[in-house]
Ligand binder design. Structure first.
Ligand SMILES: Nc1ncnc2c1ncn2[C@@H]1O[C@H](COP(=O)(O)OP(=O)(O)OP(=O)(O)O)[C@@H](O)[C@H]1O
Ligand SMILES: [Mg+2]
Length: 221
């Protein structure tokens, strides 16, 4: 079953008076549980594509369908709910709150849903190999550990879709490989759908399918 579909999705941005196309009639179907890696150079539209899938941005043309619902048909409240409950986002710069501990950073995702659950938080941290580090602040963790906290935060609400935007962009090669491994293993356990956008070709070995963004088009790699 398709978890996510793009039908002829186009998106561009205005640069002064001219509209610069970023995605041009992109079609995509991602199955439930699939791990898709999207490769593409800087500026090719990877983040744009993830934001459309996450309901953070809207297409200029075409439709984004999630679990058979067209996102364009959702009210703003429903869209907010979709983002908070169904989507886990892992960012290149981790985006942890520096004044909160690892545990608290993960807990925020459930608090936003008014569903606090310390046991789920502990389980998520344990799952990414940080069982003993919940009380540390981000500055007391290595880059790889911080990204694991961010993965725990993304998975704690058990989202149907996880999107990861350059999740290893700030990590050395070895740590990056570990993070890809954690991310994909956790995803397989949870049965969620995972889309990783990256220019790190090493992500390919963890993928079910690899695609490439080029000239606004999404191609099989
Ligand atoms: N909000 C915006 N307003 C104007 N232009 C934008 C906006 N967001 C993205 N763009 C432009 O769209 C193009 C694609 O951007 P996007 O961030 O999707 O690329 P990317 O593949 O993620 O690049 P990177 O690998 O550097 O993160 C770029 O040329 C960028 O400048
Ligand atoms: Mg990007």
């Amino acid at each position: 079953m398709a978890q996510l579909e793009f039908h002829d999705v186009s998106k561009g941005y205005k640069a002064g008076d001219v509209e610069v196309p970023v995605l041009i009639k992109v079609n995509l179907e991602v199955s439930k549980g699939e791990i898709l890696v999207i490769l593409g150079p800087s500026g090719s539209g990877k983040t744009t594509l993830l934001n459309l899938a996450a309901g953070i941005d809207k297409p200029d043309e075409g439709t984004v369908v999630v679990g058979s619902r067209d996102l364009a048909g959702l009210s703003e409240d429903e869209l907010t709910r979709y983002r908070r409950t169904r989507v886990g986002y892992v960012f290149q710069f981790f985006n942890l709150l520096p004044t909160l501990t690892a545990k608290e950073n993960v807990a925020v995702a459930l608090e936003l849903l008014e569903r606090p659950d310390d046991e789920e938080v502990a389980r998520a941290l344990h799952r990414v190999g940080l069982g003993g580090m919940g009380d540390r602040f981000p500055h007391q963790l290595s880059g790889g550990e911080q990204q694991r906290v961010a993965i725990a935060r993304a998975i704690v609400k058990r989202p149907a879709l996880i999107v990861a935007d350059e999740p290893t962009g700030n990590l050395d090669e070895e740590t990056g490989a570990e993070v890809f491994k954690t991310l994909t293993e956790v995803n397989r356990d949870a049965g969620s759908t995972l889309i990783i956008a990256t220019h790190d070709a090493k992500a390919r070995q963890h993928a079910d399918r690899v695609m490439r963004l080029k000239g606004g088009k999404l191609e099989e790699f």
